[in-house]
Design a protein around this ligand. Structure first.
Ligand code: FMN
Length: 353
C-alpha cells in the first residue's frame, strides 16, 4: 500500500459507451441493495456503478398484464442518479426482452444485467434460471442476443459463476458465448453454483477468462473486503474492474476507501463506531420512509446486524435487534447495545494508564 507512487493508474471501465470510473462496482444483492442502501453507498462515493437486487422478469410481466404496480425491487430506479444497473432473471428470451426493453426505454437505466449466477433452488431447480443456465449455453446466447437487440443502445451485461459445480467448470466456454451474443461486459463470481459461498473465490480462474474474451471487459468478484484486496486484485489478476458484495453491506464506505487506494491516495480511516451507528440510523430513516414503521423496522433488522458485524459485542446487539418491531424498540436497542466500544481503544487506554 505504501509504494503508491509506482502504481500504474487503473483505467476506467468501459461498458459499451458508458465510462465507469472508478472501476469498482457494487454488486446486486437480493434483499439488500434497494434504493435506501444505494443512497447510502452513493453518499460515501467510490462505487463507479451501482446495481439493484435481481428482478424476476416473469413477475414483472405478470404485474404489468394485471395492471398492478411495478416490482417493489424497482423502487427508486426511475429517479435516482446514474449510472445504475438493473439486474433481471428468467430463462425465456421473449420475457426477458419485454422487460429489458422497458428498462432501457422507459426507465432509462444505464445497464441491463442478466443473472446467470444465482444458485438458490427456487431460481435454479424450480425456474431453470440463474446458474442453471450455465449448462445451457445456447439458451444463454438466445437470451443475451435478444436483449442486446431490444435494449440497444443501452448495454447488456452478464453475471456468471465459474460453472454449475467443480466437475463442470465451463466459464471459459461461457465467456465466448456471452461475448459472441453481444454482451458489453462479463462479471464472474469466482465460485461454482454448488459452492454457494463455501471456500475461497478462485481468482486464478477468473483471471484466466480474460484470454477468452476479445473485446469486452472482465469484472472480477469474490471475497474483496478491504481496499488492500481491491488493489491486489488489479495488480495480480487480469481484470478490468472489480465488484464488491457482502463486505459493503455493513461498510458502505468501503468503496471510497478502495477508490482512494486505487488512486494511490491515503485510505480514509474506518468511521468511528459512533459515526457508523449514525450511518445505520440514517439508513433506518430511509427504510422507514419507504416501508413504514412496522415493515421498515423488521426489514432493518438484517441491515443492523451487518453494521454491527465483527465488532466487540455484536452478538448481544444481534440477539436484541433481531426481535425489534417498533421504532421505539429499535432506538432503545441501538442505544443500549450497538457496539460503541472498540476493544483496541480499551487496550490502548489501559496501557496508557
Ligand atoms: C444476500 C445476498 C444476495 C445476493 N443476491 C444476488 C443477486 O440478486 N444477483 C446476483 O447476481 N448476485 C447476488 N449475490 C451474489 C453477489 O452479488 C456476489 O456475487 C457474491 O456475494 C460474491 O461476492 P462477495 O464475496 O464480495 O460477497 C448475492 C449475495 C448475497 C450474499
Amino acid at each position: 500500500m505504501n509504494d503508491s507512487t509506482n502504481r500504474r493508474k487503473v483505467p476506467p471501465l468501459r461498458i459499451g459507451d458508458l465510462v465507469i470510473d472508478p472501476p469498482i462496482l457494487q454488486a446486486p444483492m437480493a434483499g439488500f441493495t434497494n434504493a435506501a442502501f444505494r443512497h447510502i453507498v452513493r453518499e460515501f462515493g467510490g462505487a463507479g456503478l451501482l446495481a439493484t437486487e435481481m428482478v424476476n422478469a416473469r413477475g414483472f410481466v405478470w404485474l404489468d398484464e394485471n395492471e398492478a404496480e411495478h416490482p417493489d425491487r424497482l423502487w427508486g430506479v426511475a429517479d435516482e442518479p446514474r449510472p445504475l444497473a438493473v439486474q433481471i432473471w428468467d430463462n425465456d428470451p421473449e420475457t426477458m426482452a419485454k422487460v429489458g426493453r422497458r428498462l432501457a426505454e422507459e426507465y432509462r437505466v444505464s445497464v441491463v444485467d442478466i443473472n446467470f449466477g444465482c444458485p438458490v433452488r427456487q431460481v435454479t431447480e424450480k425456474a431453470h434460471s440463474g446458474s442453471y443456465l450455465l449448462r445451457e449455453p445456447n439458451r444463454m446466447h438466445a437470451i443475451i442476443s435478444r436483449l442486446v437487440e431490444v435494449c440497444a443502445p443501452t448495454p447488456v451485461t452478464a453475471k456468471i459463476r465459474l460453472g454449475c459445480n467443480r466437475d463442470n467448470i465451463n466459464c471459459n466456454e461461457i465467456a465466448h458465448v456471452v461475448e459472441e451474443a453481444g454482451a458489453a461486459a462479463l462479471t464472474v463470481h469466482g465460485r461454482t453454483a454448488a459452492d454457494m459461498f463455501r471456500g475461497n473465490a478462485d481468482w486464478d480462474r477468473i483471471s484466466e477468462i480474460k484470454s477468452h474474451l476479445r473485446n469486452i471487459p472482465l469484472i472480477g468478484n469474490g471475497d474483496l473486503d478491504s481496499a488492500e484486496k481491491v488493489v491486489a486484485a488489479f495488480e495480480q489478476y487480469d481484470v478490468d474492474a472489480v465488484m464488491i458484495a457482502r463486505a459493503c453491506l455493513g461498510r458502505p464506505w468501503l468503496f471510497a476507501q478502495a477508490a482512494a487506494a486505487l488512486r494511490g491516495d491515503p485510505v480514509p480511516p474506518e468511521p468511528t463506531l459512533a459515526e457508523q451507528r449514525d450511518v445505520m440510523l440514517k439508513h433506518y430513516g430511509l427504510v422507514v420512509d419507504r416501508f413504514g414503521e412496522e415493515k421498515g423496522t423488521v426489514l432493518m433488522r438484517k441491515y443492523a446486524c451487518c453494521y454491527a458485524q465483527g465488532k466487540h459485542g455484536a452478538r448481544y446487539f444481534r440477539t436484541h435487534v433481531a426481535k425489534v418491531s417498533t421504532p421505539e424498540e429499535f432506538h432503545s436497542v441501538v442505544e443500549e447495545y450497538f457496539p460503541l466500544r472498540d476493544p483496541k481503544e480499551e487496550v490502548e487506554s489501559a496501557t496508557a494508564s
